[in-house]
Write a protein that binds this ligand. Structure first.
Ligand SMILES: [Zn+2]
Length: 674
């Protein structure tokens, strides 16, 4: 809205103590001996000359400026200011010459109020009446705001451009603006006519409007162009990019994020941190560049939720959806539509309920097209850009565990650094998401994105086989039981009762204890993990065929040796480097497993280190079954009472083979100390 002050340059104006302004009268100037005798009242767009004692409004003040009217032609106090049409038009023409088109329109509208939008019409009885010029109102609003309309089957969306993005708030804006402009003339039917007119005049095709650049992203203070990683550009906002959303972050390449770095170092394993950085970076382009989803697993109070909240705040809460893996996998149109235009899909506390089919999930990870369904039956086909991040205590399993492509999609991160609830910083998330920290985090993410693009894959990526083992290990107890306890053996049988007992026993002797599934569920799911088994029945016995317990389980089920591929990995995690692993005692592992270890683990450096004390407890855990003369509990007890024993002293007291498994590997030259 134009104000009377806008007709003057700021250096022409002097502010008075009452908030009004004074200047030199544009016409009489120095007359009357006063130099600044012309008072402007911005609140009601009026002016008064102390020399002539006349009053002026916006239009006549402009007339004074352009010397179209004289100071003495102003009106006396209390009189209505009236101007001839000829003079009025002269003033408008001068405004048009001196200012731009927008100013000209706004000026006219300010002078005339709603009259500006009215036209005279001759009715059937020959009487002149005024009606609203719908086109003029519509054009005025379209000119003032940037508006685009997308038609649907039954409803349309009207967008307005503001601060870099198109908001779906057009309908409300048009209605309220029309009411402001027309005042008493804004009857319902008039408002609706204006709305319809604007919709028709601003229609754009959905395809065209959905076309958003893949490597440009909108931020609070501008647009980052990250297409050329060697030459990242920061551009001004523009409506041409069709952005509907933006990151709630100010880009400033000077900012750093010390608190976030500290949190990430305390929360994640060192070998996962490059992936965490690259994962932030993957969210920067719109396109889903790599077919990966993150699954964070681990017990409570390990920072999972803080991390998910941090990622959510980084992306902006409105840019994040919250679909579970199960919902995505089942792939229903209504559910999937919420992914549209989202930067991330972040789901905490994922249920461990099995997935029937990983198909929908595989489609949503990566750059595939998704078909969504809107209300009123509008179909919407879009490329998913919401990067998937899940957190859970237990990883849900998929019906078809041989689906390597399913496992291949995951970056599994294990969190196990439990924060003592007494030391928990409940304000942590606020400290991590201040404007500076978020801005610094963006720079950190940009570095991650750079690295990801340079190496064209994530750092320390695991093979699909390793991921599968890891996910099964941290998932279904039955899967774990099958992989550790059962082996294929044609013709062998185990009764159903015996199988269930072994399984329950197994679960209860895990640390922490696992909760076994029901006998019925075991019956339904066993073959998923052990497809070689068949379900048989003789006259009075029900049993599983082609399976036996592995020999170690058979010896003593409660203290059976449980060295699996993953536990060997654990031993390596204690800070040693593998040259070439062969196991010292052939009976510890079945031959096929040792081959797998050779293939997957050789030449891998794992950096996570534990203290000597942690090592001692760990070795009890690892080696409890090697020496059958002591129970694990006895050893734990002893270790607790003798806190200052060194590894070497312990070995002398208890002998190699108890605490020495790991040391033995070193001595044999099979692995070497870092
Ligand atoms: Zn004057």
């Amino acid at each position: 809205m134009i104000n009377i002050l806008d007709l003057f340059k700021s250096e022409e104006l002097t502010e008075k103590s009452d908030g009004n302004f004074k200047t030199i009268c544009p016409d009489c100037g120095l007359q009357g001996g006063r130099t600044e005798g012309f008072i402007l009242f911005p609140e009601n767009n009026r002016a008064y000359c102390h020399s002539s004692h006349k009053n002026f409004n916006l239009l006549t003040t402009a007339g004074l400026k352009f010397k179209i009217i004289k100071c003495l032609d102003g009106c006396d106090s209390g009189e209505k200011i009236e101007v001839d049409n000829d003079i009025k038009n002269l003033i408008y023409e001068s405004i048009r010459e001196k200012y731009d088109e927008n100013f000209y329109i706004e000026f006219q509208r300010a002078c005339e109020s709603y009259d500006y939008f009215l036209i005279e019409k001759l009715d059937s009885k020959g009487k002149i009446s005024k009606i609203v010029d719908i086109d003029k109102v519509a054009d005025y609003i379209i000119n003032k705001y940037n508006i685009k309309t997308i038609y649907g089957l039954k409803e349309e969306n009207i967008y307005v451009y503001e601060n870099g993005i198109w908001n779906i708030t057009g309908k409300g804006l048009i209605k309220s603006t029309t009411e402001d402009l027309l005042d008493m003339w804004s009857k319902n039917n008039i408002v609706n006519e204006v709305l319809e007119k604007i919709k028709r005049k601003t229609e754009i095709s959905k395809e065209e409007f959905d076309n958003v650049p893949e490597y440009k992203r909108c931020f609070i203070n501008g647009v980052l162009d990250i297409e050329d990683i060697e030459n990242i550009k920061f551009l001004p906002h523009s409506k041409e990019y069709n952005f509907k959303t933006k990151f709630p972050i100010i880009y400033d390449k000077k900012n750093k994020c010390p608190k976030n770095i500290k949190f990430i170092k305390e929360t994640f394993y060192p070998e996962d941190i490059p992936q965490v950085q690259e994962w932030f970076g993957l969210h920067l382009p719109k396109i889903y560049l790599y077919k990966k989803a993150v699954i964070i697993h681990g017990p409570k109070n390990t920072g999972k939720s803080v991390f998910l909240n941090l990622l959510t705040k980084f992306l902006g809460i409105d840019n994040v959806s919250d679909l579970s893996l199960q919902k995505i996998s089942s792939g229903k149109g209504f559910d999937l539509l919420v992914l549209k235009n989202k930067y991330g899909n972040i789901h905490d506390d994922l249920s461990s309920k099995d997935l029937n089919d990983g198909g929908g999930f595989k489609m949503s990870v990566g750059d595939g097209y998704i078909s969504g369904e809107q209300k009123f039956g509008d179909h919407d086909r879009f490329r998913n850009s919401a990067k998937q991040t899940f957190a859970c205590n237990k990883i849900p399993s998929v019906k078809d565990i041989d689906d390597d492509a399913y496992y291949d999609r995951f970056l599994p991160w294990k969190l196990d650094n439990v924060v003592d609830s007494n030391n928990k910083n409940i304000k942590l998330i606020n400290e991590l998401t201040t404007p500076e920290e978020l801005s610094g985090l963006l720079n950190w993410a940009l570095n991650g994105y750079y690295k990801l693009m340079k190496q064209n894959k994530f750092s320390n990526e695991k093979t699909s086989e390793e991921i599968k083992e890891l996910m099964i290990e941290h998932g279904d107890t039955l899967a774990k039981f099958v992989s550790e306890k059962l082996i294929e053996n044609a013709g062998c049988k185990i009764t159903k009762e015996e199988m269930y007992q072994h399984y329950c026993h197994y679960c209860l002797f895990q640390k922490p204890k696992l909760s076994p599934c029901s006998k019925d569920q075991l019956g339904k799911k066993l073959r998923r993990y052990a497809p070689y088994i068949s379900n048989e029945k003789s006259q009075n016995e029900r049993y599983w065929l082609n399976v036996k317990f592995n020999s170690l389980s058979n010896m003593t089920p409660d203290t059976s040796l449980k060295i699996t591929c993953l536990q060997i990995k654990n031993s390596i995690n204690k800070g040693v480097k593998i040259n070439n692993i062969k196991l010292p005692n052939p009976y510890l592992l079945s031959p096929d497993k040792s081959i797998k270890i050779n293939k997957n683990l050789s030449k891998k450096l794992v950096t996570k280190k534990k203290t000597e004390r942690e090592m001692q407890f760990w070795e009890i855990d690892e080696c409890k079954d090697i020496v059958p003369t002591h129970t694990k509990e006895q050893l734990y007890e002893w270790l607790k009472q003798n806190p200052n024993y060194t590894n070497k002293q312990m070995e002398e007291k208890w002998g190699v083979g108890c605490f020495g498994f790991h040391n033995e590997l070193i001595r044999e030259g099979l692995i070497e100390q870092n």
